[in-house]
Design a protein around this ligand. Structure first.
Ligand code: FAD
Length: 287
């Protein structure tokens, strides 16, 4: 068996946060880039066993990282893009982007990722959040996930997992996942993807963001509540609450962690003051 040593794993003592997140705030953090599952498992166990502070980042599309964060980031962005297709089944490693899963499935005439592919997520992050778009959830076609939990690798079947609105698996490191998809005409799959990509382009603000900041409360959209507090266009430093969609914060140039956090807290405070509703954050803050 190949022995792994820490110095084999790519490491950057001062990686710019903008290179590993979609909100692209300023500052730098310590980042490990495992390339394969062996390195990832070795690193995860090493950091966990020694109680060293660390956080996992997949696509980085739902995280706000403090420029003062003292722990390590384990980024899955340079993991091998392993996608194994057999018949209607697809097994994907955690770091793979949903758009790459879609591309492979489309080539094989397999339907299921056309809507999900428009989300800038990795498989691990998407299962962790139960990412969804327009009624299509990552958990819909899931068969099992392979996870590392308490030092052991386990396969957990879909029936033993609880998924909800932006509520996925959060008890350990997701290593890979299997999906069963439907056979469909390749052109139809591509058309469906294009339709969804256009819907997203026309309905959501463009620029550096993390998508929706807050989950929608039961009966109303978070964006509507924020808009009614007259917060659209509110700016802090180089971060702004989008004029197009009030549940989005955009980094207009080189916003800091503090700029973005200020706006998140302002949205929470004003919505509570006006509606007595406590918004629940979708974005994960790493500090
Ligand atoms: C422009 C834009 C549009 C978006 N639209 C949508 C949308 O339509 N629907 C939607 O649901 N979301 C949307 N999002 C939010 C985001 O893409 C999702 O929450 C996504 O699931 C995050 O995946 P990620 O790989 O980027 O995770 P990250 O942001 O890297 O991480 C998110 C969380 O998952 C954990 N995590 C990451 N990888 C693993 C792993 N392998 N094992 C265990 N935990 C892990 C992280 O530690 C963190 O807690 C959007 C974001 C952007 C920027």
């Amino acid at each position: 068996m190949l022995k792994i040593i820490l110095s084999d794993i790519e490491y950057n003592q001062c990686e710019e946060i903008k290179n590993i997140t979609t909100i692209k705030t300023k500052g730098c953090v310590k980042v490990f880039y495992p390339k394969n599952q062996k390195q990832l498992i070795f690193l995860y166990n090493l950091l966990s066993i020694n109680n060293i502070k660390f956080a996992l980042v997949g696509g980085g599309s739902n995280v706000l990282i403090s420029d003062r964060y003292m722990g390590y980031i384990v980024s899955l962005s340079k993991m091998r893009k392993n996608i194994l297709i057999r018949g209607n089944s697809v097994v994907v490693c955690a770091g793979v982007k949903l758009s790459d899963v879609y591309k492979n499935c489309q080539e094989h005439g397999l339907s299921g990722f056309e809507k999900l592919a428009t989300i800038p997520a990795s498989i691990g992050g998407a299962i962790g959040m139960n990412a969804s778009f327009d009624g299509s959830q990552i958990s819909d076609h899931l068969v099992w996930i392979k996870v590392l939990r308490n030092g052991k690798i386990e396969k957990i079947f879909r029936k033993d997992l609880m998924f909800g609105y932006r509520k996925g698996y959060s008890k350990g490191l997701i290593l890979s996942a299997k999906f069963t998809l439907r056979a469909k005409d390749r052109d139809e799959i591509r058309d469906e993807f294009m339709k969804n990509a256009i819907v997203r382009l026309s309905s959501q603000p463009q620029g550096n963001s993390f998508g929706s900041v807050f989950k929608n409360p039961r009966s109303v959209s978070a964006g509507r509540l924020i808009e009614e507090c007259a917060l659209k266009g509110k700016r802090q430093g180089e971060a702004i609450i989008s004029n197009k969609h009030a549940n989005f914060i955009l980094n207009t140039d080189n916003a800091s962690f503090g700029d973005v956090l200020y706006l998140i807290q302002l949205m929470e405070k004003e919505v509570y003051k006006k509606f007595k509703v406590r918004l629940e954050r979708e974005v994960k803050i790493i500090k």
